[in-house]
Design a protein around this ligand. Structure first.
Ligand code: FAD
Length: 652
């Protein structure tokens, strides 16, 4: 599909007008643009949606895990389940803020730290789908154990080495991590959250060129206080590319027992109380050149590629959490009687139960579809699908845990220990809610996921039309670009109005599901048209219309969720035994499609009629000047930081 071509640009200014940006904005853009994958040709289902291409054949038939791969994962997943159930207590882990050493050691022995590492390097060599199954099991059980295992192998040393490591690096480090030596990923700094251009940690080559000398401080490094090795992102000397100086970020493997590595403090949070998360200080750390991953200056590509697959663990874990919530509400909504009936029979509660179930089904479908792409090709371009699964899965999971708390009423808000002390079942919704909140913030916050998806959605238009409006290019260049853009749009745009004759594969679907998919196909053409109209209206300024772009991204994401739901339901209906089971799956998928369609219609309405500009002005007013009434009744000053609150150092 030509429309989804996606090559990196050495010079992003060719397609994006950076002339009116601040230096900070330009730096951020240049870095992220330079790190975009150079994928010459791809046909991503999600990418196609924004161009009016509905590639249903990519999801139909739904790529369910094949039996032999499932059987390979079963032994590990069952062993993990038995171990978790018999030997771990998530409430105690939460209460103590510690994971017992013997639990970590046993997880290491069973291979939980090397699930995807190939057997030749001492790992289990399981597929991405089996890894997601393990993440789902963990996610429904204990957030702290999920984070320990996931930060280690989704973003820690194993994943970038599996993707980009040299044979020497793999032989040196993978057997260690597979045996249980913990690893971590260190990108964030005091001034660097979502914007790596502000990175201060830097690495200079030694005089003889054999080493890099690393200096800086990394914040919130999950597993940092337990890790034997870290992936550290650092600035390296800039390079001149296409006549301009470009900042460079490089990824290094750093062992924590090397001189100069210090774990300054352990950070504590609202949830994930047993997260081994710390501030890591690096002072003149000598890192051998062989420990660079992928190459000097390729650090952001390493980070972004690692996160593409890595962040898939989150929707998998969220699916587990959502299933656990469903288990809790099914029991409680049947058991608890108020006003003469089980609360599940009151429509307001029934509505929440139905939404939890339907959204959980869709979340699983998106996650396993995306995992199947990785299993077909480890280096598959899953950027859009993984980002959508992360964005949608973590936001729905938060809603689900919130609805679960509401359904449990006061008992939802009560801690498991307190419930136990009163002789009631210690249902840990309060803990689950605390642990769940971070998911929309880390590994790409929701706002950044929307920006990232919007950038990818706009890419074909930026390539076709961007140079025309780019004031940095010469008039001749812009005229040439206008001709090319005219030819492209003259062919592409009319197609968006033409009804399609059918959906091909949809013919084999249940009629209800086929109807939803036909609607989705039409909605994808409408999405492409509306996006194009917005491009025409705002020109290059569209990139700044974050709320509007967010609606386009959310529409595309809902369409992906709907399609994955229908095709997975179709597959399950063919495989399920009883007629009743088939009808139940159909009911779930049909209901999901109905609510997703309503959400999409609402989003389309918001594209045309919204209060975005007024909202922006209101925010500027509130941020820039006082509104006395909004300050009234508050404490007039807050206590300064007490000396006792200074960071506590802990031994490396
Ligand atoms: C428990 C925990 C564990 C973590 N583990 C790790 C780890 O292992 N390794 C690691 O490197 N980091 C880790 N982090 C850091 C985490 O990835 C960051 O918190 C995250 O990237 C967001 O950065 P920030 O908190 O500095 O927010 P900021 O980047 O300061 O953003 C603040 C808010 O502004 C929004 N925002 C920022 N830029 C834009 C924009 N351009 N447009 C619109 N909105 C924007 C954000 O979405 C967010 O809502 C962890 C953090 C926590 C809390």
């Amino acid at each position: 599909m030509e429309t989804s071509k996606n090559a990196a640009h050495d010079n992003p200014e060719e397609v994006i007008d950076t002339s009116k940006m601040t230096a900070g904005q330009r730096a951020a853009l240049e870095m992220t643009e330079a790190a975009r994958d150079a994928v010459a040709e791809r046909a991503s289902f999600a990418g196609g949606l924004f161009m009016g291409e509905f590639g249903l054949d990519q999801l139909l038939p739904f790529p369910e895990q094949d039996r032999s791969d499932r059987a390979r994962g079963d032994e590990f997943v069952r062993g993990l389940e038995k171990f978790l159930g018999e030997r771990t207590d998530p409430d105690a882990i939460d209460r103590d803020g510690e994971i017992p050493d013997d639990v970590i050691a046993e997880l290491g022995r069973m291979g939980a730290f090397g699930i995807k590492v190939a057997p030749e390097y001492g790992g289990l060599g399981l597929s991405q789908t089996n890894y997601c199954r393990a993440a789902m099991l963990l996610g429904g059980w204990c957030g702290n154990l999920t984070a320990l295992i996931s930060a280690h192998q989704s973003i820690g040393v194993p994943q970038p080495l599996i993707l980009f490591g040299t044979e020497e690096q793999k032989r040196k480090y993978l057997p260690r991590v597979a045996k249980g030596e913990i690893s971590a990923f260190a990108l964030t700094e005091q001034g660097v959250g979502s914007d790596p251009a502000r990175m201060e940690t830097h690495a200079e080559p030694s005089a003889d060129g054999t080493h890099f000398i690393l200096n800086g401080e990394k914040l919130w490094c999950t597993n940092g206080t337990k890790a034997g090795m870290l992936v550290v992102m650092a600035k390296t000397p800039p390079k001149i590319i296409a006549g301009r100086e470009r900042r460079q970020v490089t990824a290094f493997i750093v062992e924590t027992n090397w001189p100069g590595v210090e774990i300054v403090t352990r950070c504590r949070f609202m949830g994930l109380k047993a997260l081994y998360n710390g501030v890591v200080r690096l002072h003149d750390v000598r890192v051998p050149r062989e420990n660079i991953i992928l190459g000097e200056g390729k650090g952001l590509k390493v980070a972004l590629s690692t996160l593409n697959t890595g962040r898939l663990t989150l929707p998998a874990a969220c699916t587990g959490l959502a299933k656990r919530c469903l288990e809790i509400v099914r029991k409680w909504a049947n058991e608890r009687e108020q006003w003469g009936a089980p609360i599940g029979k009151h429509a307001a509660i029934a509505d929440k139960v139905a939404r939890i179930a339907a959204n959980t089904f869709a979340m699983e479908a998106m996650t396993f579809y995306t995992a199947s792409l990785v299993d077909k090709d480890k280096k598959a371009d899953i950027r859009l699908e993984a980002a959508m699964a992360k964005l949608w899965g973590t936001e729905r999971a938060w809603e689900i845990v919130d609805a679960t708390m509401q359904i449990r009423g006061g008992r939802g808000y009560e801690t498991a220990d307190s419930l136990r002390a009163r002789g009631e079942e210690p249902v840990p919704v309060e803990r689950m809610m605390r642990d769940c909140r971070i998911n929309t913030i880390f590994e790409g916050s929701s706002e950044i996921m929307r920006l990232f998806l919007a950038r990818e959605a706009l890419d074909p238009h930026l390539k076709a039309g961007g140079p025309v409006l780019n004031s940095q290019l010469s008039l001749t260049e812009r005229a040439g670009a206008a001709l090319k853009a005219g030819l492209f749009y003259a062919k592409w745009y009319p197609r968006l109005w033409l009804p399609r004759l059918g959906l091909g594969g949809a013919a084999v679907l249940d009629p209800k599901l086929a109807r939803h998919l036909r609607w989705a196909e039409r909605a994808s053409r409408r999405l492409a048209r509306r996006l194009f109209h917005a491009m025409a209206r705002f020109g290059p300024k569209l990139e700044r219309e974050q709320v509007l772009l967010g609606r386009f991204v959310d529409i595309g994401t809902e369409l992906f969720a709907l399609t994955a739901t229908c095709t997975r339901a179709n597959g399950l209906m063919k495989d399920s035994g009883s007629r009743q089971e088939q009808e139940n799956v159909l009911q779930l998928a049909d209901y999901f499609c109905q609510i997703a369609r309503l959400r999409v219609e609402e989003l389309f309405r918001g594209v045309g009629h919204n209060a975005d500009a007024a909202g922006y002005h209101t925010a500027r007013m509130v941020l820039e000047g006082p509104v006395p009434t909004l300050n009234e009744g508050l404490m007039s000053h807050h206590a300064p930081l007490h000396p006792a609150h200074q960071p506590t150092r802990i031994a490396a």
